[in-house]
Design a protein around this ligand. Structure first.
Ligand code: SF4
Length: 680
């Protein structure tokens, strides 16, 4: 019998970009229960992850003592020894190879304050712009596309708008499994009469409910979105007054996109031309129509351009700058927007500000010169490591080896490094295979700070549990390393609120988001002063790039990752409802029983053709590697296509995934890998 909690503390769920508010109940030093809060985000509900996936905190294999690997063996050490070792090795690399031989990786498991300090340490103490975060492999394409075309690299609208929208366009996103509270709100709205278009190769729950389901062939988003744009123009479904006031390049765009008429591209996209036209008509007629997209758009060779092609649709129909509309990336982890926004990005500072323009202000506040070399992003760091130019990597809450595509290539990058610093809760795959020093971190239940969710809402997380053993919050560890490197100036904050106040000083759009205000509410940035109510809807009067935005002519370039006789099936990867990303946390909770394993999902016709049935283990082989996976036969899959999740380290699905990257920001093309099946 579980004891009833004796204390309840409000905090924010880390597991997806929705950012549900919840109360956490404890008895003594143990977390016993989670219950929902009736906040504007989750309205009294939580999904199965937020509600039940918390026992990882107390897992017996949680690492709560610093460790150094010597002669291949991990040895527990004191913090003093670990910090001294880390600082000495970092300094030796700086002295011998220069600061650009080091890369720093923040992550969504760290708070805004911690990600800010990570990039501050990279730039101010180490002296490199080689700083990035896990957003690189998911929504950096969204941020790039939105910033390029509209001026702000974030969702244009708030979740509050779901109840206002009259139509939804969901592209490459499965919110029922991956953003369940938003998925439930969309479903509710559709059941009340809102129209729904779903673009997804799989027949997801919302696809089954949709007025139009475009089961696009993986890799063909660009011609499909262009065909929708062509339909809007050809059938005069555009918003003429919006175009006249706020959009440029229309005439050239109309000529360009006419080549993508639905009848020309339908066969290659794997959908009917009339279905493309029907989708465009529903989107145009919705007014307002709200677009959500996910990694099914971004994790492609043309991921950034895919988001740009979606922005074209919103510009053509005037679905920007008003309630119930917009282009809204659904982010995978709660603070992934925050990690990049705080400056864990090689080419921009906190608040996505340009290094060139905002640099002098940062230098004045930090009292230090910023590095001038262009920083490497995560994928470029891997390339530099393979080439022997990068010598050390420091990863906060990010299992690089397990998470990046083409694991053999990642191993080839990580293995020659002189120093791999892993800061995490568990001995993850990166630490186990390549780690040099392990610094035990606090979980989000064990520290204070802020997270930033998918709709630009900043919310507090609060300390619920005491720190286990010698584990420390990331912000404490970063400051300690700065001190051991002999540069404590600017790294002597006593608590996260003081770090946040420095962030507000440097980030004009966040200046009004004081802890005092966040105590009672959540606010969407931009929020430039303490009397500002926040900005749930961007671009109401003008775009951040100026009054007008230009339509983008996006030519389709097929990915080199194609099926052939040797690799006749297309594999896509993604997540499932009970689990969180690499599974490090959720597989140490009762959620493991809800879905004990990743599965290889396939259509009944493919299963019959290969003589496979539910539960059979099959060897999946790609041009990059192989993995053994249990088969699950499901009507949700189309013939010739496979899907698997990537939660279980032992199955290690990223041994299969492709080395192709987004052309503009290098996000891996997780969504298209040609494979073959071999019976075991
Ligand atoms: Fe809410 Fe997402 Fe957490 Fe589920 S995983 S409780 S939807 S924030």
């Amino acid at each position: 019998v579980l004891a009833a909690p004796t204390s309840w503390t409000r905090t924010t769920c880390v597991y997806c970009g929705v950012g549900c508010q919840m109360e956490v109940g404890c008895v003594d030093r143990r977390l016993m229960a989670v219950r929902p809060v009736d906040s504007p985000v989750n309205r009294g509900h939580l999904c199965v992850k937020g509600r039940y996936a918390f026992d990882f905190n107390h897992a017996p294999d949680r690492i709560t003592t610093p460790m150094i690997r010597r002669d291949g063996q991990w040895q527990e050490v004191t913090w003093d020894e670990a910090l001294c070792f880390t600082a000495t090795r970092l300094q030796a690399i700086i002295d011998r190879y220069g600061p650009d031989a080091i890369g720093v990786l923040g992550s969504a498991r760290a708070t805004n304050e911690e990600n800010y300090l990570a990039q501050k340490l990279a730039r101010m103490v180490i002296g490199t712009n080689n700083v990035d975060c896990c957003a690189r492999v998911c929504h950096t394409p969204s941020a790039k596309a939105l910033k390029t075309m509209l001026g702000t690299g974030a969702a244009t609208n708030s979740f509050d708008d779901i109840e206002v929208a009259k139509a939804f366009l969901l592209c490459g996103v499965n919110p029922t499994e991956n953003h369940p509270i938003v998925g439930a709100r969309i479903k509710q709205r559709v059941l009340q009469g809102a129209k729904l278009v779903v673009v997804d190769p799989r027949r997801t729950e919302l696809a089954a409910l949709a007025d139009v389901h475009l089961a696009v062939r993986p890799g063909f988003n660009i011609p499909l979105f262009n065909a929708m744009a062509a339909t809007l123009i050809e059938e005069d479904l555009v918003d003429r007054s919006f175009l006249a006031e706020r959009v440029t390049e229309f005439d050239d765009f109309a000529v360009f996109v006419a080549d993508y008429a639905p009848e020309r591209v339908a066969d290659s996209c794997g959908v009917a031309a009339e279905a493309i036209r029907a989708a465009a008509r529903l989107y145009a007629a919705g007014q307002p129509s709200m677009c959500f997209h996910g990694l099914g758009v971004t994790e492609h060779m043309q991921g950034t351009e895919g988001v740009m092609a979606l922005i074209n649709l919103a510009l053509l129909t005037g679905n920007l700058g008003k309630a119930g509309a917009g282009i809204n990336p659904l982010r995978g982890q709660n603070n992934v927007q925050g990690a990049a926004q705080m400056g864990c990005d090689p080419v921009s500072l906190t608040g996505a500000q340009s290094i060139k323009e905002a640099g002098p202000h940062f230098e004045a506040v930090w009292g230090a010169r910023l590095p001038v070399n262009r920083g490497l992003d995560l994928l470029e760091m891997m390339d530099a490591a393979k080439a022997g130019q990068l010598k050390a990597i420091w990863a906060f809450g990010y299992d690089v080896y397990l998470s990046l595509a083409h694991a053999a290539d990642t191993a080839a990058a990580l293995s020659p490094l002189d120093l791999v610093i892993v800061q995490d809760l568990f001995l993850n795959q990166t630490a186990a295979a390549f780690g040099t020093v392990f610094l035990p971190a606090a979980s989000f239940f064990e520290k204070d700070g802020t997270f930033m969710n998918s709709d630009r809402r900043v919310q507090r997380i609060r300390t619920v549990l005491p720190l286990p053993g010698e584990a420390r919050p990331d912000w404490w560890i970063i400051q300690a390393v700065a001190g051991y490197l002999g540069k404590p100036q600017g790294f002597s904050f006593g608590e996260p609120e003081a770090i946040w106040d420095e962030i507000r000083q440097l980030w004009p759009a966040g200046a009004g988001l004081s802890y005092a205000r966040l105590e009672g509410e959540s606010l969407n940035w931009p929020c430039p002063d303490e009397s500002h109510p926040g900005t749930p809807i961007l671009h109401r009067d003008r775009f951040a790039v100026g009054k007008t935005a230009a339509l983008a002519r996006i030519a389709f370039i097929p990915t080199p990752e194609q099926v052939n006789d040797d690799y006749p099936l297309l594999l896509t990867t993604g997540r499932t409802l009970p689990h969180f990303n690499a599974g490090t946390m959720s597989y140490r909770t009762p959620n493991a029983e809800l879905r004990p394993t990743d599965t290889l999902d396939m259509a009944p016709s493919d299963a019959a053709a290969y003589g496979l049935a539910d539960g059979d283990t099959v060897r999946v082989r790609s041009r990059y590697g192989e993995a053994l996976l249990p088969v699950r036969v499901t009507e949700a899959m189309q013939a010739g296509q496979l899907f698997t999740s990537f939660h279980r380290p032992d199955l290690f699905v990223n041994r299969l995934t492709s080395s192709v990257r987004d052309r503009m920001v290098h996000a891996p093309e997780f969504k298209v890998t040609a494979v073959r099946l071999e019976k075991t």
